[in-house]
Design a protein. Structure first.
Length: 242
């Protein structure tokens, strides 16, 4: 697939030392929208989930007069619907987006994917930038698949299974009600749901650290790319897209 590039230098530019850079359109608008909507929905889900589990704010008077917990739960499940929708959207975009939309997808049957994964892990441990990636590298793709794909799906199933308890025999009870007996009851399901939520905190911390590290090492506009979609690379430099 052809790449959209814009050179940052021209023949009319005076001679200078150092490399020239070009811009590549990497992250399409649907990917960027998913990223920020997903980040906001996860933040809302975690904050409201913590309150549901530990309601430290208690209003005076009868509960029916304030309905604080009810409002928090409404916001929590509204964010859950948004999180579910954008996750399905992002999965679909893997198949219809540009070549970078599917970059980093785990390919465990390919030896070169394992080599790329191990190489990237060692480079991070040595604080060595290594070969740049315009899309996701193998390690990033694996982390997104595990945390956003698998863990996100588990969070959706357990969350809506708990939600189905408020409407026995309803839509969600029919779709995911089987999760509760599978995990040993409502209490056990809630504990798994909370555990998955804290795993997302670990992922966010790791994600922010790696983004800051890559931005410092590669200086390719990684952070800004999730706003305007374009990243930078040195003219003539070949990226590693295994």
């Amino acid at each position: 697939m052809s790449e959209s590039t814009t050179s940052m230098g021209s023949s009319a530019t005076p001679a200078r030392s150092g490399p020239f850079f070009e811009r590549l359109y990497v992250w399409e608008l649907p990917v960027r929208i998913y990223h920020w909507v997903n980040a906001i929905s996860l933040t809302v889900l975690f904050a409201t989930g913590i309150y549901i589990a530990h309601p430290i704010l208690i209003t005076g008077g009868e509960a029916w007069n304030s309905f604080l917990m009810g409002r928090v739960r409404q916001v929590h499940f509204a964010a859950a619907y948004i999180f579910t929708s954008v996750l399905l959207w992002r999965i679909a975009w893997i198949f219809v987006g540009n070549e970078y939309a599917s970059s980093g997808i785990p390919r465990p049957l390919r030896p070169e994917w394992w080599r790329s994964l191990l190489r990237q892990a060692f480079q991070y441990m040595k604080f060595n930038s290594g070969t740049p990636h315009m899309g996701h590298n193998a390690l990033a793709g694996l982390s997104y698949t595990v945390f956003m794909g698998l863990l996100g799906t588990a969070q959706i199933l357990t969350g809506f299974a708990l939600y189905s308890l408020s409407s026995p025999g309803g839509l969600w009870d029919g779709l995911v009600g089987w999760v509760i007996p599978l995990l040993g009851g409502a209490y056990s399901t809630a504990m798994w749901h909370h555990l998955f939520a804290w795993a997302f905190v670990f992922f966010v911390v790791l994600h922010v650290y790696i983004v800051l590290l890559d931005s410092r090492e590669y200086r390719n506009g990684l952070i800004g790319a999730m706003i305007h979609g374009r990243k930078f690379r040195k003219v003539g430099e070949k990226a590693d897209e295994d």
